[in-house]
Design a protein around this ligand. Structure first.
Ligand SMILES: COc1ccc(C(=O)/C=C\Nc2cc(OC)c(C(=O)O)cc2Cl)cc1
Length: 364
């Protein structure tokens, strides 16, 4: 992997890295021009050091930071959480968990709550929320983040479906702190930035939704739970087709469903059963359906159904607040019926992917 600068651009083997086109808890995504085939790709760039720090396995633990698209990262004291603006919450910007106990789950962006964290977000004193809770979370998935990345790459390599992103190449130079993942470029990017005053019309939402359901059905068939379905992980190509992206917190399972116990994903999209006080194991497939329901609601109404600047209030709404539709929108009864069935709080009563495929709104 040779890195050099050519008139301001970074050259990475045959790829010329250009502007940033994506950003998230994982790192950044840059537009990359491949000089060998004269084609543009999406180059996801991960920092190994950052990954190791996040897992508390490398040097000083990363401080708890809230990276928001707007302002600079603000340090937050462990005792209290900074009030996140709703927009920041929606920016789904990441929060980096440190080894130190969090009084409440970080409200913005994707969180990996150690198994021991209760819905209150407070990590019970018994676990001290120190290394053991973070490594408890990682143990659930793997000993260290490089294994996690290797698993993510192994999963991506085996996936081949029109509604799942296509990993083309991985560039990993042991001497370079960065890991590069080249994906086929989906030229139009995220299907919708939420919140927005200009949500999708029903027929557009239906076309995208059909693609996403087929992608999710394929993942579940491949025994993978995505665990972070949300608009920013749904990418649109010039051909009008949508692909599911970002397998950074996905789970592989054996048998007919994953039985999950930790909490992962983006707060506004996390299923109620994953947040219950005395939660047992819960179905991975049903939790993906919930996130898909929040996503469908958001692309049609322009915002998520449950939102609060305070993470604990948000979790309380997700688990207890009845679903409401904004009266200002005139959407079909079929669509409201489908969303209601996907956002049924009891996972055992929630609609399943096969049933979604047969729903009148999807087939109409
Ligand atoms: C406006 O034009 C735009 C065209 C393309 C993009 C774009 O591609 C953004 C993110 N891309 C990705 C992110 C991923 O994870 C977080 C993964 C993955 O790990 O699966 C794969 C891809 Cl491709 C953005 C704007």
């Amino acid at each position: 992997v040779s890195m050099e600068c050519k008139d301001g651009y970074t050259q990475l083997n045959q790829y010329r890295l250009k502007e940033d086109i994506g950003q998230g808890s994982y790192g950044i995504v840059k537009l990359a021009y491949n000089e060998e085939d004269d084609i543009h790709y999406a180059m996801k760039i991960l920092s190994k050091k950052k990954l190791m720090k996040r897992a508390g396995l490398y040097g000083r633990p990363a401080p708890v930071r809230f990276l928001s698209a707007q302002g600079p990262a603000q340090m937050c004291s462990v005792s209290g959480l900074p009030q996140q603006t709703a927009a920041q919450q929606q920016q789904q910007q990441p929060c980096v968990l440190s080894r130190r106990p969090l009084t409440a789950a970080a409200s913005v962006g994707r969180v990996m709550m150690p198994r021991s964290a209760s819905a209150a977000g407070r990590i019970p004193s018994s676990s001290h929320g120190s290394r053991n809770s973070v490594t408890a979370a990682w143990n659930e998935r793997s000993q260290n983040p490089m294994d996690q990345i290797r698993r993510e790459v192994a999963i991506l390599r085996k996936l081949d479906h029109p509604n799942v992103v296509k990993l083309v190449e991985v560039l990993d130079d042991p001497d370079d702190d960065h890991l590069y993942m080249a994906f086929e470029l989906l030229e139009k990017g995220e299907i919708l930035q939420v919140p927005t005053d200009t949500p999708l019309e029903e027929h557009v939402a239906r076309a995208y939704f059909r693609d996403i359901v087929l992608g999710l059905e394929y993942l579940h068939f491949q025994k993978i739970i995505h665990r972070d379905v949300k608009p920013s992980n749904l990418l649109l190509g010039n051909n009008g087709r949508v692909r599911v992206a970002d397998f950074g917190v996905c789970n592989e399972f054996h048998g007919s469903d994953a039985l999950l116990s930790n909490t992962a994903g983006t707060p506004a999209f996390i299923a109620p059963e994953a947040l219950m006080q005395r939660r047992g194991m819960y179905s991975g497939k049903a939790a993906d359906v919930w996130s898909l329901g929040i996503t469908l609601y958001a692309i049609v109404f322009g915002d998520v159904p449950f939102r609060d600047d305070n993470i604990l209030a948000l979790y309380s709404k997700i688990t207890s607040q009845p679903l409401q539709f904004p009266s200002a929108f005139n959407v079909s009864e079929d669509l409201k019926d489908l969303i209601s069935r996907m956002l049924t709080k009891d996972p055992s009563l929630r609609i399943t992917v096969p049933e979604i495929k047969e729903h009148p709104w999807v087939t109409s």
